[in-house]
Design a binder for this molecule. Structure first.
Ligand code: ARG
Ligand code: ZN
Length: 844
C-alpha cells in the first residue's frame, strides 16, 4: 500500500515505558516485552494496533491476563481497556537467518540491530512510528562477553547485562549488540562536567584501526558544544563496527552502529578519502544525538528534518576541521553527481516526499543532500546570527518532541519575523531549478536579470517560483573585485538587480559558493571563464570556472570532433603550477567532469549521449593534459610527494591527492615507471592504491594487482577496494566481463553489502562499461539484483538506481534496459523495496 503524508493521524496509544528482555540464540531468540500504554489525549480513536513482521508470537498478556490477539499481515490488533494498561508479549525470532540486515541479525558471530526506519517491528510487536517515544530498559541474556544496548549500563553479571535509557525515544533508535568484541576505551568531560565513558567496539584483529574514530568522536563532541551549545547527555557513548551493514551508520541513542568501512582506519588499510569520510560520519551520527534523537521526526515524511540538518552540521564540522572551499567543492560535485541526477529522472521527489511504499527507498540524495542545501540557503538568507538564535529556540522549544518541517520553519519565522511560506516550496517541489542569467551595461549601471523555472517531475507540474538566494560578486577587467559577494534574493519568476556607479563593465562571478542548488544557465565564453579561473576571489567559483571550461571543451570534442581547447589546457596549467594555491584545490581543478555529468549535459540540451564517445573524449582530454603538462608532471610530482610519516591530515591528503592525479597523467608518458615506484615504496594505502589505479587506467598493473591481493587477502575493507578498482578502471568493452569474473571468486559474497557494492556500484559508475552497446552490463546487473533481492531487499532496491537515467539513451539501449527492468518487475515474490523502485523507474 502507498502511505500518504496527508493521512497522518496521531497515535491512539502512547507508551510510558518499555522493558525488553532478550534471550539470545541464533535461530531461537526470545524477546519479552513489557510495555505500559496510555491513551493519547490528542487522539479520538482507541483502536489498538501493533506493528510486527516475521514474529512468532508465543504469548501475550494485558494487565497480567492472557489474551488472544488477532494476527495480521503487518502486526496484530487486540481488544484493550480504555485506560492505561500493561502489555506483555513473548515472541521468537531467528537472527541468524536474517540476511536482510534489518531488525536483529547475526553477522560473523555477533548480534546487532538496525531499526531505522521500520526494523523494530521485526524484533517485537510495537507501535513502530517515531512519534511514539518512551524510555527503554533492556536486559540481555547471553554467554557472549559483550552485551550492549542504549543508555547507561545499570547491571551486569554472568550471562547478562541490563541497560536503561532515560531519554524517551522512538523505537527506530533502539539498538542491541552482543558478541566477542574488543574495545578501544576513551573518555570525555562535557563542559558542564559530565564524565562520559567512550568506547569503539570491534572484532578482535581490528584493534589497530580504532584510534582515528575515537579522536573524531572527541572532536565532534567538542565542536557541538562550541558551535551549537549541545552537550552529551548519558554516562557512556558506544560505537560498534559491523561488517554486514546496509548503510553507512546509525545514530541509535548512546550506541551508534557503523558499517565497518565507516569507522575502521589506519594508514595501511584506509585511504585519505576513507579518513575524511569516517571523520564526517562519526560526527554525523554523534550530531544526531540532538538533531534526530532529542528532537526527532513526527513521521517518516519529515526525514529531512533530522537528515538535512545533520548533514548540514557535519559539513560545517568538516569545513572547520579541514578546508572550507575543498569541502564545498566536493559537496557540490556529489550533489550534482547524485542529487541532480535523481532530480532529473524518474525517481525525482521533493525533499519532503508526500507518499511512499517503502520508506527505506527515501534515504536519498534529495532528502539528505538537497535537504542540507535547503538549510544552507536558509542560513544565508537570515544570516549567521539569526540562524544561531533560531537553532537555540528549536532546541529549547522542541526538546523531547517529534517534529515537522512546519515546526522547524516556525522557529525561523519567530526569531526573524520573516514569512517563510514561499521558502517552504523547497520542501514540496521536486526538481532542480534552472536560473537563466543575462546582464546589461549602460551609463555606469550593471544590470543582472535572473529568470527561474522548475521542470516537471513525476506527479508534479505547474510549479511556483522559489526563493533563490543568489550570491554574486563583480570584478573589473583588471581582475580587481569591485563588488564583494552580495546576496540577491530571487523570488519572482523573473527579476532584475542593478549595481550602479561602476567605472567599467564588470565581469560577474555568479552563484558564488553555489549559494543555491540550481543549474545556472548563462551564455558566456571561454575567455570569461579563464578570467574567473585566474582572478576570482571566491574559491568555489574559481574552481567552477575551470570546470565549465573543461565541460565545454569536452563537449566540443565529443560532439563536434574538435581538438582539445587550448584555453582550457593553458588555464589548467597555470592553476596546477601555481604554488600559491592549495594542492587539494589544484587537484580538484585537474579532475574532469564525470562521464555521467557529461551525459546529463547532453541530455539537458536535448541530445542523446553516446557513452563510448564520452569515454573516448575524456581519454583524449587526459592525453592532451598529459602532453601540455609534460614538462611539469615529473617536477610537480616530486615536489609534492609526501615522504614524511603518514598522517591523515587535510594538508598531507591534499598533496597525495595532487600527486596521485599527476601520477596517472605521468603514467601515460613513462610506461608506468613512476607508478611502479610509488606502488613499491608506499607505506600507506592512499599512495598504494593511487599507484595501482594509475597503472590500471593505463592498461598496466597486472603484477601489482596480484601482489596487492596477496598482501591484503585478510583485510576485507582493503579487498573491497581491490574488487572495486578493477571494475571502475576496466575498459568499456571489458567492464561486465571483469565484474562477472570477480563474482566467481570464493571471496565474493553477496550477503556482504560492501562487497556487493564494490563490484556492482563500480559497474554502475563505469558509465561506458555499464552502458556498453552489447547490453552485457545491463544483463549482469539485473541477474545479480534478481539473486540479491530475496536475500537483501534494501541493498537491491538501492542498486536499482543504476538504471534511473535510462531515458537519456538511444532506443536500443532503452529497449535493453526496459527488458531487464521488466524481467525484475515480473519476479514472483519480489520485495516491496525493489518493486517500488523498478516501478518508479519504469513509469517515471
Ligand atoms: N539515520 C542513518 C543516518 O543517516 C541512516 C539510516 C538509513 N536507514 C535506512 N533505512 N536506509 O545516519
Ligand atoms: Zn543521518
Amino acid at each position: 500500500p502507498t502511505i500518504y503524508l496527508r493521512d497522518y493521524t496521531p497515535p491512539a496509544w502512547l507508551v510510558e515505558e518499555v522493558q525488553l528482555t532478550f534471550r539470545l540464540a541464533p535461530e531461537t531468540t526470545r524477546v519479552l516485552s513489557r510495555i505500559r500504554f496510555t491513551p493519547n489525549p490528542e487522539a479520538t480513536d482507541r483502536t489498538f494496533v501493533l506493528d510486527g513482521e516475521g514474529l512468532t508470537l508465543i504469548s501475550a498478556r494485558i494487565d497480567g491476563t492472557e489474551v488472544d490477539p488477532t494476527l495480521t499481515e503487518a502486526g496484530l490488533t487486540c481488544d484493550v481497556p480504555d485506560t492505561a494498561f500493561v502489555w506483555e508479549a513473548e515472541v521468537e525470532i531467528a537472527p541468524a537467518s536474517n540476511t536482510a540486515l534489518e531488525g536483529l541479525y547475526m553477522s560473523n558471530g555477533m548480534y546487532s540491530t538496525q531499526c531505522e526506519a521500520q526494523g523494530f517491528r521485526k524484533i517485537t510487536y510495537y507501535p513502530d512510528r517515531p512519534d511514539v517515544m518512551a524510555p527503554f530498559s533492556v536486559r540481555i541474556e547471553s554467554d557472549l562477553p559483550v552485551l550492549l544496548s542504549n543508555g547507561n549500563r545499570v547491571a551486569s553479571g554472568e550471562g547478562f547485562a541490563e541497560w536503561h535509557d532515560p531519554w524517551p525515544k522512538p523505537a527506530y533508535l533502539f539498538a542491541l549488540v552482543a558478541g566477542e568484541l574488543v574495545n578501544l576505551p576513551g573518555s570525555f568531560t562535557t563542559r558542564s562536567g559530565r564524565e562520559v565513558e567512550l568506547n569503539v567496539w570491534v572484532r578482535p584483529g581490528d584493534e589497530d584501526k580504532c584510534d582515528f574514530a575515537m579522536e573524531a568522536l572527541k572532536k565532534s563532541m567538542t565542536w557541538d558544544e562550541k558551535v551549537y551549545g549541545r552537550e552529551y547527555d548519558l554516562d557512556i557513548f558506544n560505537i560498534v563496527a559491523v561488517d554486514d551493514f546496509n548503510m553507512g551508520a546509525m545514530e541509535n541513542k548512546g550506541l551508534n552502529i557503523f558499517n565497518s568501512s565507516a569507522v575502521l582506519a589506519n594508514a595501511r588499510t584506509a585511504t585519505d578519502a576513507n579518513f575524511e569520510r569516517i571523520e564526517a560520519i562519526i560526527a554525523h551520527e554523534y550530531f544526531h544525538n540532538w538533531t534526530g534523537n532529542r528532537i526527532t521526526c513526527r513521521d517518516w515524511f519529515q526525514l529531512c528534518l533530522k537528515e538535512g540538518l545533520t548533514v548540514f552540521r557535519d559539513a560545517q564540522f568538516t569545513a572547520d576541521m579541514r578546508s572550507e572551499p575543498v569541502k564545498r567543492i566536493s559537496d557540490v560535485l556529489d550533489l550534482r553527481g547524485r542529487q541532480f541526477r535523481e532530480d532529473g529522472g524518474p525517481l525525482a521527489h521533493p525533499v519532503r516526499p508526500e507518499s511512499f511504499k517503502e520508506i527505506n527507498n527515501f534515504y536519498t540524495a534529495t532528502v539528505y543532500e538537497k535537504g542540507a542545501e535547503v538549510i544552507g540557503m536558509l542560513k544565508r538568507l537570515v544570516g549567521d546570527e539569526a540562524y544561531a538564535k533560531a537553532l537555540d529556540l528549536y532546541f529549547d522549544r522542541h526538546d523531547g518532541q517529534a517534529c515537522t518541517i512546519e515546526d522547524w520553519l516556525r522557529v525561523f519565522e519567530d526569531t526573524t519575523g520573516r514569512d517563510l511560506t514561499q521558502f517552504k516550496r523547497w520542501y514540496s517541489q521536486a526538481g532542480t531549478p534552472r536560473v537563466v542569467m543575462t546582464d546589461d551595461w549602460a551609463d555606469g549601471t550593471y544590470t543582472v536579470t535572473l529568470k527561474q523555472s522548475l521542470p516537471d517531475t513525476p506527479g508534479q507540474t505547474g510549479k511556483q517560483p522559489q526563493v533563490i538566494p543568489f550570491a554574486i560578486g563583480l570584478l573589473d577587467p583588471s581582475g580587481q573585485e569591485v563588488v564583494p559577494t552580495t546576496l540577491l534574493e530571487l523570488t519572482e519568476t523573473e527579476q532584475s538587480f542593478t549595481f550602479a556607479g561602476l567605472a567599467d563593465r564588470p565581469i560577474p562571478s555568479p552563484l558564488r559558493g553555489f549559494s543555491a542548488p540550481v543549474v545556472l544557465d548563462r551564455q558566456t565564453d571561454a575567455e570569461e571563464r579563464a578570467f574567473l579561473l585566474a582572478h576570482d576571489t571566491d574559491p568555489f567559483n574559481k574552481w567552477e570556472a575551470g570546470r565549465q571550461l573543461a565541460k565545454t571543451a569536452l563537449i566540443d570534442m565529443i560532439d563536434g570532433g574538435q581538438a582539445p581547447d587550448d584555453r582550457y589546457l593553458d588555464a589548467v596549467r597555470r592553476v596546477v603550477t601555481d604554488e600559491s594555491l592549495d594542492p587539494a584545490f589544484r587537484s580538484l581543478c585537474l579532475g574532469l567532469p564525470s562521464e555521467d555529468d557529461l551525459a546529463q549535459s547532453f541530455a539537458d540540451s536535448g541530445r542523446t549521449p553516446d557513452p563510448q564517445a564520452i569515454w573516448d573524449g575524456r581519454e583524449a582530454m587526459r592525453g592532451a593534459l598529459a602532453e601540455v603538462l609534460s614538462g611539469d608532471l615529473g617536477p610537480l610530482y616530486r615536489a609534492h610527494l609526501v615522504t614524511e610519516p603518514y598522517a591523515p591530515s587535510a594538508e598531507q591528503a591534499g598533496k597525495r591527492s595532487l600527486t596521485n592525479i599527476l601520477l596517472s597523467l605521468l603514467t601515460r608518458r613513462d610506461g608506468g615507471a613512476a607508478a611502479q615506484g610509488q606502488f613499491a615504496d608506499a607505506d600507506n594505502l592512499t599512495q598504494q592504491i593511487g599507484a595501482l589505479s594509475a597503472l590500471l587506467t593505463n592498461g598496466l598493473g597486472s603484477l601489482e594487482l596480484a601482489s596487492f591481493a596477496e598482501q591484503w587477502s585478510h583485510e576485507r575493507l582493503v579487498m573491497d577496494k581491490w574488487f572495486m578498482i578493477q571494475v571502475a578502471h576496466a575498459r568499456p568493452a571489458d567492464a561486465a566481463r571483469v565484474a562477472d569474473a570477480l563474482t566467481q571468486r570464493p571471496d565474493f559474497a553477496m550477503t556482504n553489502p560492501n562487497r556487493f557494492r564494490s563490484v556492482f556500484g563500480a559497474l554502475a559508475m563505469n558509465q561506458a562499461g555499464f552502458h556498453h552497446a552489447s547490453g552485457d552490463g545491463y544483463r549482469l546487473m539485473a541477474d545479480w539484483l534478481i539473486r540479491l533481492d530475496p536475500v537483501n531487499p534494501q541493498t537491491t532496491a538501492r542498486m536499482c538506481s543504476a538504471f534511473q537515467t535510462w531515458r537519456r539513451y538511444d532506443a536500443d539501449r532503452q529497449g535493453m534496459i526496459r527488458e531487464q527492468l521488466e524481467r525484475i518487475a515480473a519476479l514472483p515474490g519480489l520485495s516491496r523495496d525493489t518493486a517500488e523502485m523498478v516501478g518508479r523507474i519504469l513509469e517515471g
